[in-house]
Design a protein around this ligand. Sequence first.
Ligand SMILES: Cc1cc2nc3c(=O)[nH]c(=O)nc-3n(C[C@H](O)[C@H](O)[C@H](O)COP(=O)(O)OP(=O)(O)OC[C@H]3O[C@@H](n4cnc5c(N)ncnc54)[C@H](O)[C@@H]3O)c2cc1C
Length: 388
Amino acid sequence: MKLEYTERQQAFRKEIRDWLAANVPQKPLESFDIKEGFEQHRAWEKKLFDGRWSAVTWPTDKGGRGCDLIEWLIFEEEYWRAGAPLRVNQNGIFLLAPTLMEYGSEAQKARFLPKMASGDETWAQGWSEPGAGSDMAAIKTKAIKDGDHYVINGQKTWSTRAVYADWCFGLFRTDPESTRHHGLTFILLPLDLKGITIWPIRQLNGLPGFAEIFFDNVRVPVDNRLGEEGAGWSVAMATAGFERGLMLRSPGRFQQTAKLLVDLYQRHRARADADPAVRDAVLKSWMDAEAYTLATYATACRLAKGGHIGAEASTNKIFWSELDLLMHETAMSILGARAELLPHAPAAGDVGHWLDGFLFAQAGPIYAGTNEIQRNIIAERMLGLPRA
Ligand SMILES: Cc1cc2nc3c(=O)[nH]c(=O)nc-3n(C[C@H](O)[C@H](O)[C@H](O)COP(=O)(O)OP(=O)(O)OC[C@H]3O[C@@H](n4cnc5c(N)ncnc54)[C@H](O)[C@@H]3O)c2cc1C
């Protein structure tokens, strides 16, 4: 195995590094969980799109650069290293788009991909319902065919960024007699349709980061279906695979957090070294971020040779979510009592954004399928243990 970048990959790294150095906003954007911040992030997506950086793995005729997975990993490393804004349209670009490319008609690709890449249309995910979280096959929200439309009634919940997003994709029960994963259909719908009510839900940081979506006789054209009617479960599993597998949390994110943690430790060494467990945790954080990076490069190489990402997507998800918790908990220990201050508090000093990251890290073991569910998948599908 040759662990070196080719000249072409190095040139690619330089190109994106230079572009980011010239374009990343000097002043951090507001949170995309408030309206103003959402629009700032949308404008940033447009800027990325204009530079052809918004969806680098997409084909060139769809606004991408046709990058392979190694180039994508390089792009992500540079993106996080530059401290560039979070991606407000990641549900669309990283999760829905690969699914659309696999299951969508040419007309659907032409309709949805360009506006997704430019940030003109942002996307929310509609899987969870009050009685269907981990047990997603318990979905009850119905989409019953009426001529060339589906009529949707029911409720989705925990839909990230649905408060401000333009469109939503999700699973709906098109066969009212069906049970479990049969009779479900994957549907794309604009969130401003008549009969849709959106109620914001405040997250731990007080901001409306997700929402409940209520459907009251909402009419959606049948053309908005992705894949066959009743085959939604397998379409949704492809999206979930992209989410847990590679696309949701690239190693660059954790390498950058590990680097910031090492910087923080070095600035506070005198106090941090009083507890040897803190030093160990800093070291483990850095090593685990590197291990995750190498493992992801190995997966990318395997996929490039025609391999598939299977149940090991679950080990990835557990690994990065637990690593994220460890890194943020360690930063909180180093900062001591000041860790609870927001960055603009008078006595904040160099607390930075660790508190916000710490709060969000708590959600890592829950979203994209809880870690308990991932452990069930590993037990049953990788280790062949009996079903729980
Ligand atoms: C930050 C964040 C963003 C999210 N964004 C979205 C989104 O955009 N769209 C969307 O549809 N949903 C979203 N979700 C919802 C998320 O997918 C669900 O919270 C998750 O699937 C768990 O479902 P639940 O909350 O109903 O918990 P439950 O399924 O009720 O689980 C409760 C607890 O029981 C455990 N448990 C349940 N079943 C089993 C089992 N069989 N074996 C062992 N343990 C089990 C779970 O692990 C959990 O600890 C988001 C959640 C968070 C935290």
